[in-house]
Design a binder for this molecule. Structure first.
Ligand code: PMP
Length: 401
């Protein structure tokens, strides 16, 4: 008998299970709206042109090599990433109150951040929005922190439950960690307004709660990297502390390269350097040091004025296509006279629409129309194209009538 005979079979991770089911389906009309990745109008993955150019530069650089990076990653990448999220003129950066370490994309950054908090922060309660990205609870559970949720999405309005959000922050224990999606909330596509962010900030600061931002979609809401960093920058501008995770998976399309960063914004430069020294000790036994290639691509784009502006244009093209898909899907449902109010498709931002479709309706759409999406009703708008919108609209129409 195997020494591992008692290993129980674990359930599949839902979003990967949906992907696998879709790839098994031989139907030519099948539609994959599950996994949160950008797709072109032809349904293909997008390798950004600016990424290709950056790679060419790297390949022709005679000094390039594959030696280990420092534990904290590529220095240039760290510095430029901090500037991208906090702003080039950020006083916190100038005062050396920020430590930024390169980690394995958003996921690795969240994991290091959670482990750091579990070890060095006095409060073990973490508040997550309800609902949130499926992997979020895991980071904090493995770190041994206590999970709670705050009200976020209101299924009636298909918008923000702002009152509930504020009430839950108000009743949180002092110092509690509050995970916030910096923009383009996953899975709901619902973000607070500028005014709402301001009220959220005030209550978080007045109660001494610790904001932990996850920024996986900078640029995907407005097409502007600056605008999408606004919420984070407001929190940094007040002089308070926070953690910020960045991912280049979506906005540079570097998914598999695993490019991201964790920043801790501190009150003093001295605290920032001490935190950095501890982050190194957390990283060292996990993976020693992060991979070079993706970070070098990102740094090449971030530091070159021309590549940077080309990147922002490509980002705009992606976000425009998403907006276009929202309009087309809304119009298609409108034309069919599909019962219900579908304006939330237009109101939601970022990659996703939280459709409000129920689990059994989605099962029906998969069975009858070969449409694959998460069972919570989240639709990846980038999985759609002008050609496939009618098919999805037909499926939704049939599912709700
Ligand atoms: N946070 C959020 C909100 C996400 O949606 C994702 C990816 N779907 C991640 C973090 C992690 O992505 P990655 O590890 O590829 O950066």
């Amino acid at each position: 008998e195997s020494a591992f005979a008692r290993v129980p079979r674990a359930p599949e991770v839902p979003v990967y299970a949906v992907m696998a089911a879709c790839s098994r389906d031989p139907s030519p009309v099948k539609l994959n709206l599950g996994m949160g990745v950008y797709r072109t109008e032809d349904g293909k993955p997008l390798l950004l042109n600016v990424v290709k150019k950056a790679e060419e530069l790297l390949f022709s650089d005679p000094s390039a090599n594959k030696e280990y990076l420092p534990i904290t990653g590529l220095a240039e990448f760290r510095e430029l990433s901090a500037k991208l999220i906090f702003g080039t003129d950020s006083p916190a950066i100038k005062e050396n109150r920020v430590t930024t370490v390169q980690c394995l994309s958003g996921t690795g950054s969240l994991r290091i951040g959670a482990d750091f908090l579990a070890k060095y922060y006095y409060q073990s309660t973490v508040y997550l929005p309800e609902p949130t990205y499926g992997n979020h609870p895991n980071f904090f559970i493995v770190a041994g922190l206590c999970l709670r949720t705050y009200r976020y999405y209101d299924p009636v309005t298909r918008g923000l439950d702002f009152q509930g959000f504020l009430e839950d922050l108000a009743s949180a224990p002092p110092g509690a960690i509050v995970l916030l999606h910096a923009c383009a909330h996953n899975p709901t596509g619902v973000d607070p307004t500028v005014e709402q962010w301001e009220e959220i900030r005030q209550i978080i600061r007045s109660k001494g709660l610790l904001p932990f931002f996850d920024c996986a979609y900078q640029g995907f809401v407005s097409g502007s990297l600056e605008d999408d960093a606004r919420a984070v920058r407001k929190f940094v501008a007040d002089g308070g502390e926070c953690l910020v995770v960045q991912s280049y998976s979506k906005n540079m399309g570097l998914y598999g390269e695993r490019v991201g960063a964790l920043s801790v914004v501190c009150k003093t430069a001295d605290v920032a350097t001490r935190i950095e020294s501890q982050l190194k000790l957390l990283i060292r036994p996990m993976y020693s040091n992060p991979p070079i290639h993706g970070a070098a691509i990102a740094a090449a784009i971030l530091k070159d004025r021309n590549l940077f502006s080309e990147w922002t244009l490509e980002l705009e093209t992606m976000t425009k296509r998403l907006t276009c898909m929202r309009e087309q899907l809304f119009d298609a449902l409108h034309e069919r006279g599909t019962p219900g109010d579908w304006t939330h498709i237009l109101k939601h931002v970022g990659l996703f629409t939280f459709s409000g479709l129920k689990e059994e309706q989605i099962a029906f759409m998969t069975r009858e129309f070969h449409i694959y999406m998460s069972s919570d009703g989240r639709i990846n708008m980038a999985g759609l194209s002008t050609n496939t919108v009618p098919h999805l609209a037909n499926a939704i129409h049939a599912a709700v009538t």
